[in-house]
Design a protein around this ligand. Structure first.
Ligand SMILES: [Mn+2]
Length: 327
């Protein structure tokens, strides 16, 4: 992470963000001002297997808004301004193509935020970075002790990428289980569907004790009881929870800007309510929102706007927890 001025990396990285999320104060990694939550961008798309473009995600997510950049967003249901106590340290200065070096940089950055007692909210970037994000949090809050609630169409548990290498956006959860940062029995995956991975990998996931909720099960039982169960499962004797939200968990009709869209997902309404509830009811230690690829967005930049609101709903859940709001 560059220790210089936040948003400095835009001088060398044309895709880096130039302004903070909703106008929250800019801060430096080495001076987080006692922030409750810290926004940080990881404009990384060199782990994608098909369409790239997520390096533009952190900038688009920040800029996708129509309110003033005044760090004031009173939430209609509660009146809380969840942006209080939130800072933005800009984008991590990455090195396009250097997967392993950048994963280390991201891990160290997230670890430093966690160690300062703040909650890192990482704007991706492709899903490769969750290996780094969850590892950084686990280094501080207990290796093997943190649960991971993973929203995604895909399980991301490939033994290798489709091209035989270890690190890519289809393998981060496998790497986390293998390293022990997040054991299989502390995983909850929500929204799985489609045609990947194959039976061998699914059997491995079962062996590791990973709990998955496919869209077919969510459709049959309803989202509410599934989330109820997931909250209980993820909260059980873990030191806390990392929330990883792949935008492709949402139906591509509502979130088209992503590299590997899979029809038949959650609605925007469902993901917003669910992440807010989880951030309120679980001890959330960190979160990321990944796989937003702005070049593929629909009219009005609907996907980037949804990701912006997902970040706000996570922050609102955290604020509600602090304020003692129960539902
Ligand atoms: Mn994913």
């Amino acid at each position: 992470m560059n220790p210089g001025t936040p948003f400095d990396s835009a001088r060398t990285h044309a895709f880096a963000a130039t302004s903070s999320f909703a106008g929250v104060p800019a801060a430096r990694l080495d001076d987080l001002q006692g922030a409750r939550a810290v926004i940080v961008g990881a404009p990384f798309d060199w782990g994608t297997s098909y369409r790239a473009g997520t390096r533009f995600g952190p900038k688009a997510i920040r800029e996708s808004d129509y309110f003033a950049a005044d760090a004031y967003r009173p939430h209609l249901p509660t009146g809380l301004n969840a942006l209080e106590g939130v800072v933005d340290i800009g984008d991590i200065e990455l090195h396009p193509g250097d997967i392993e070096g950048d994963l280390e940089l991201i891990t160290d950055t997230v670890e430093q935020i966690s160690a300062a007692g703040s909650i890192p909210i990482v704007l991706g970037g492709d899903h490769t970075i969750t290996y780094a994000n969850a590892t950084g949090v686990a280094r501080v809050h207990g290796f093997g002790e943190v649960a991971l609630v993973h929203f995604d169409a895909h399980a991301d548990t490939g033994e290798t990428t489709g091209y035989g290498t270890l690190y890519g956006h289809g393998t981060p959860m496998r790497r986390l289980v293998e390293s022990g940062a997040v054991p299989g029995n502390r995983f909850v995956q929500i929204g799985l569907r489609g045609y990947w991975p194959g039976p061998e990998t699914v059997a491995w996931m079962k062996d590791q004790g990973m709990r998955g909720y496919m869209m077919t099960e969510i459709e049959e039982r309803g989202l509410r009881p599934v989330v109820e169960e997931a909250v209980t499962y993820a909260g059980a004797d873990a030191s806390g929870v990392f929330l990883s939200i792949d935008i492709d968990v949402v139906d591509p009709g509502m979130a088209p800007a992503t590299g590997t869209p899979e029809p038949g997902g959650l609605t925007s309404r469902q993901i917003l309510d669910t992440v807010r509830r989880m951030a309120r009811e679980l001890n959330v230690l960190g979160a990321d929102i990944v796989e937003v690829s702005p070049p593929y967005d629909g009219p009005g930049g609907i996907t980037a706007l949804l990701a912006n609101r997902i970040v706000l709903e996570v922050l609102n859940g955290l604020a509600e927890r602090d304020a003692g709001v129960s539902s």
